[in-house]
Structure formats: C-alpha cells, structure tokens
Design a protein around this ligand. Structure first.
Ligand code: PLP
Length: 394
C-alpha cells in the first residue's frame, strides 16, 4: 500500500477555498491547465513574508534586498549546478516573460525572426509576433531512444533564414525534457556557427526530477556564456509566481555592460516581497522542495499507471523535469467532433487541460496536464476523463 503523505490530505474544497486562479477560473471543474502546484508554498517563505509585512517592508526595492537575492541565487547556482556566476551578473526582474521581452528588444534586430522548438510554452508563440518578430517553429523530433530531441538541422536552417534568437526551455515545458550535456553541446555548435543568441529559460530547473541533472546552458563553455542570456526564478518550484520576481543572468561582459545601462528598467517590475521570497527559497527552501520532488516523482509514475489502466490509448512519457505531463490523444477514437480534446474534456468531464495546439502546430492532438496535485485528485481527473470517453452522449 502506498504510504500516506501530508499532501494527500489536501482536498478540492481546500484548493477552491484558497482561491487560486487555477481553482476559481472554472467553478466546478477539476483544474490541471495552468502551471501552478496544489501544495501551497514552503513555510519558510510564508514566515519571511509575514515578517516583511509586519515590518511594512513594502516600498521600492532596497539595494541590500536586491544584492542579497543576487548572492542567494549565485550560491544556489554554484551549489546545485556548479555554475560560478558572480552576483553582479544577476538582475532581479518581474518575471521570465518580461525578461524575454527585454532581451528581444535589447539584443535582437527589430523584425528579426525567433526560433522556437515546438511544442512550446504558449506565450513564446505570441510575445515575439506582438513585438514584430516572426516565430520560426521547429518541431521536436523523435531521437533514437524515442524521446523528443531538438532538430538541429532545422534550427541551423532557421538561423540561415535570418533568425537571431533561439529560445531554449530547459527543463522543457511542455515536454518535460531535461537536456543532456551532449544535446546542449550539439546545440551550442549550431548557435555558435550561426552567430545566434540564446534566451535560456531555466525557470523549471529546481524541478529536475530523480535520475536527471540540470545543466545551465550558459555554464557549458565560454562560447555559451557569451551567446546566452538566462532567466530563472524560484517561482515555479516554490509556487510563488504572483510575487513577481525572477532573475535575468548576463553571463557575457558585453551583455552585462548593456544591461547595466537599463538596470532600472530590468529590475523595476520586481516586487520587494517577491525578491525576499526568492532569496529565502534559494537559501532555505531545500527541505520543502525535496519533499515536493519526491511527491512529483511518485505522481509521474502514478499518472502512467492511471492512464494505462483507464485510458490506454493515450500516449505519455513521464517528464524528466517540471510537473507538466504531455499527453498524446491522437490514439483516441475521434468522438470529439470539431472540438479540441481539451474542449471535449472541459465540456464532458469538467476537467481543465491545455489544448496542445496552443503550444504550436506540433502540439495538435495533445494535452498538457499539471501533475503537481494530490494523488487522489490526479486519480479523479483521469477517472472523469475516462468516464467522458465512455459516455453515450460523447
Ligand atoms: C517555461 C516557462 N517559462 C516562463 C513561464 C512564466 O514565468 P513568469 O511568470 O516568470 O513570466 C512559465 C510559467 O509557467 C513557464 O512554464
């Protein structure tokens, strides 16, 4: 019998009462569509926030709070990944997406194309075009072991067609891949050959799961340090995206110099409590996160078992990192009519999932499901989906 975990005690009513966007957007639905966890956050973070509020530390970002966060991030990157990056090269910023927006504006030619392996995190398909940059989607391909890999030849061709910025997402949303050193080195050769720039989104790095190792792309070599801007945050792993703080890391002297000129703009959107919370997460959140990672490890296997038992036609490879499951629904009998599978399950099962098509053309027929939820809720979700597939009205 599986052992009991305190996260097992969390109920749907608790989550609805807590009032997150995930659990209040569609009342009555079991929600698994947005990258939030159902486990609250680390008590060390809530304590630090209570303390800051009691002291009314709610003003603009004090320099000491800012440098403390940079130090904490630098220490975390060094102790977890062996990446020695000085604190002066780490900037607080509001979030990873605004960091991406700034990188595009500051370091690429207006109108130049952006390369995006797909399926991809949805906003990467829309932010570039909103700023006048075309997105070249490069579908991931099945590698020799069957897992999804980057199509380096197609990426090279996209650079040749004039693209300047390559979006690396590692660990990958939605595929859950944690790229190996060999894969990252092979990518680096292509980028370097074409004089490209990498925006490396490593927001899910602390969520690297058992059996895999996160390697910061910029830490690979002098070449990758020079052609990369990295963004990360404690926001996914500690479930605090509403606190508005991420880190933008300039690993080249040229980028650092350039960012220094706009440091005010880079950091202005970061919220003082968020900067404090990120500092505490990196310094003292380890035990809570280890517990979460253990739970996610169980859940990624549980989801495979639930699908194999109740909806065997769905394809699923457990993620190597993140708490995102990418599910292939193409093997299901086509009973959804004109709807996407996400719409079908929203209508017929009251289950909220992301339509894979929003992740790019390569995502059509797929679903994105968050597995950072108590096991009994994960089971309810899959059972509701299985029932909907059986229902005569379907
Ligand atoms: C890969 C990835 N990048 C960026 C974000 C958004 O991060 P932020 O809220 O810091 O902009 C998410 C959120 O889920 C994500 O999964």
């Amino acid at each position: 019998m599986a052992s009991h975990h305190r996260f097992d005690d969390i109920t749907v009513s608790d989550l609805v009462a807590q009032g997150s966007m995930k659990w209040t957007r569609n009342p009555g639905h079991l929600s698994a569509f947005v990258a939030e966890m159902d486990f609250g956050t680390a008590p060390v973070i809530t304590e630090a926030l209570h303390d800051a509020i009691d002291k009314a530390q709610l003003g603009y970002l004090p320099p000491g709070v800012k440098s403390d966060m940079a130090e904490a991030t630098s220490d975390y990157l060094s102790s977890h990944y062996g990446w020695a990056i000085p604190a002066e090269q780490i900037y607080p910023t509001a979030d990873v997406l605004s960091a991406f927006d700034l990188v595009l504006a500051r370091f690429s030619t207006p109108g130049s194309a952006v390369i995006l392996p797909t399926p991809a995190y949805m906003p990467f398909l829309t932010i570039g075009p909103a700023r006048g940059h075309q997105v070249i989607q490069v579908p991931m391909i099945a590698g020799p072991s069957g897992r999804a890999e980057m199509d380096l030849e197609a990426i090279g061709r996209a650079f040749e067609a004039g693209a300047e910025v390559f979006i690396l997402c590692n660990p990958h949303n939605p595929l859950g891949r944690v790229y190996s050193q060999e894969e990252l080195e092979a990518l680096a050769v292509v980028v370097e050959t074409h004089g490209g720039l990498v925006f490396s989104d490593e927001i899910h790095a602390p969520l690297t799961l058992e059996g895999h190792r996160h390697i910061p792309y910029a830490s690979l070599s002098e070449a990758t340090a020079n052609h990369t801007l990295t963004a990360t945050s404690a926001s996914k792993a500690f479930n605090i995206p509403g606190l508005k703080c991420a880190q933008l890391i300039a690993s080249s002297a040229a980028h650092q110099e350039s960012l220094r000129e706009v440091a005010f703009m880079v950091s202005h959107g970061s919220a003082t409590p968020g900067v404090m919370a990120n500092t505490v997460a990196y310094r003292a959140g380890g035990p809570w996160l280890a517990d979460v990672l253990g739970y996610l490890d169980t859940n990624r296997t549980l989801l495979g078992e639930l699908l194999a038992t109740h909806i065997p036609a769905m394809g699923y490879t457990p993620p190597e990192g993140t708490y995102i499951a990418w599910i292939d629904a193409n093997g299901l009998p086509d009973i959804k009519g004109d709807r996407s599978w996400a719409q079908f399950f929203a209508d017929e099962a009251q289950v909220g999932l992301t339509d894979g098509a929003l992740c790019g053309e390569a995502g059509v027929g797929h679903l994105r499901l968050m597995l950072a939820t108590p096991g009994h809720i994960l089971e309810k979700i899959i059972l509701a989906m299985a029932e909907a597939l059986k229902a005569p009205s379907a």
